[in-house]
Design a protein around this ligand. Structure first.
Ligand SMILES: [Zn+2]
Length: 73
């Protein structure tokens, strides 16, 4: 709580360790894209990211493709 951020290099980590950790984080981000950022188009049910959805929505013809639509009662 209220702890000041200390640069990793001053927190006992060597530069090599920091670079190794950074590479690990970047690799995991590449292999596992965040699925939370995808949302289903209310018209066609396809999944789009936020920016994609913005450009897709006005163009969407609202065609429900088989399997993409989740029926709600
Ligand atoms: Zn759509």
């Amino acid at each position: 709580m209220g702890k000041k951020k200390v640069p990793l290099s001053k927190a006992g980590y060597s530069e090599e360790e920091i670079l190794r950790e950074a590479a690990k984080i970047m690799r995991s981000k590449q292999t596992a894209p965040n699925p939370k950022k995808l949302s289903a188009c209310p018209k066609c049910g396809n999944l789009y990211g936020v920016a994609e959805m913005r450009t897709h929505k006005p163009k969407c013809k609202g065609k429900l493709t088989a399997g993409a639509a989740i029926k709600r009662s």
